[in-house]
Design a protein around this ligand. Structure first.
Ligand code: GLU
Length: 321
């Protein structure tokens, strides 16, 4: 990969152009990107099977990316069982896998770029302080404090921001901090309409979605102890890996708005998106990694075949061949 002072997107485009000029075909590329912070469940099985199916249909590449930037929660044994689970599903993926923890400088470069654009600032409130601020807001206004699409309290840059010198001194003092995107300024910076294209299960565009990143407030892009966030690393990696199609559960539908904003700010290419149905537990709720019964490791240990797993998540055998 060429290095230098060109940006990530320019670098990506340059490589794609070079390949095309050299006659090398740029294939569709799809990635299954689990975080090794718990055992995979049937919902992950649906994503992985959908990825592999679409990659085959589009004559593209099927990649696996390990999203392990949060080293406080990720563990090697979970990564090892991801590979066992995928093998149990009968899937084959390209080697080597990209492990995010080995590419922190790529995310730091993107964060530096946003900082140079004046779009990043630190916040120092603890979770407890943020809750107290929300309660005070609710008491003063009689209305619930605004929440993001995931139900977390929304944070926006306040007028009482510290001076940049004070902020730098506080960060240098070792105090915990979060680096946030100044959403209002970021939205003023983008000029193109913020939308994305959803495709159907054949990879055909079906609709254009208007992205609403403001619904997330000033999202966190890094923390003192975790040098990048899911949002930042996912867009950087999708660009570096030349991902053409992102396939994931509909619980990440709203987050795509943040990804489209970051892609525009950083000048990164826009993949096509498909957000598929979620696999629900018997209580009708979304599965979580802490539920052992639907964990793929438990199903593997019980001797379930790929066909059994496909049946459990409602995929007909004819859809998978
Ligand atoms: N690491 C994310 C997850 O496991 C990946 C989401 C995505 O595909 O963008 O939910």
């Amino acid at each position: 990969m060429r290095m230098g002072c060109i940006g990530l997107a320019a670098q990506h485009r340059l490589e794609a152009t070079e390949k095309a000029t050299e006659g090398e075909q740029v294939l569709p590329a799809l990635r299954f990107a689990p975080s090794p912070n718990g055992p995979l469940h049937l919902g992950h099985a649906l994503s992985a099977i959908e990825y592999a199916r679409l990659a085959k249909l589009l004559h593209g590449r099927f990649l696996v990316r390990i999203e392990d930037v949060d080293q406080t929660r990720c563990r090697p044994e979970f990564e090892a069982s991801i590979y066992d689970d995928l093998a149990m599903l009968g899937l084959a993926w390209e080697q080597p896998v990209r492990r995010q923890s080995e590419h922190l400088s790529d995310y730091a470069a993107a964060l530096d770029r946003l900082t140079a654009m004046g779009l990043i600032y630190p916040s120092f409130e603890s979770r407890g302080e943020l809750k107290a601020l929300a309660s005070a807001h609710e008491a003063a206004t009689g209305t619930p404090a605004p929440r993001d699409p995931d139900g977390a309290l929304i944070y926006r840059r306040t007028s009482g921001r510290m001076s940049p010198d004070k902020e730098a001194a506080r960060m240098a003092s070792g105090a915990p901090f979060a680096l946030r995107l100044d959403m209002a300024s970021a939205l003023k910076t983008v000029t193109n309409p913020l939308t994305w294209t959803e495709v159907d299960d054949h990879g055909e565009p079906v609709r254009t979605v208007d992205a609403d990143p403001a619904a997330w407030g000033d999202v966190i892009l890094a923390r003192k102890e975790v040098p990048t966030s899911y949002h930042l690393s996912v867009v950087v990696d999708d660009a570096i890996q030349g991902i053409s199609n992102v396939v994931r559960g509909e619980d990440l539908f709203a987050a795509t708005a943040v990804h489209r904003l970051l892609q525009q700010l950083l000048g990164l290419p826009e993949p096509l998106y498909r957000h598929h149905r979620l696999v629900l537990g018997i209580d009708g709720r979304k599965l979580s990694k802490s539920e052992g019964a639907t964990g793929l490791g438990a199903l593997r240990a019980a001797g379930l075949s790929p066909a059994d797993v496909r049946r459990q998540i409602g995929i007909a055998d004819s859809e998978t061949s």
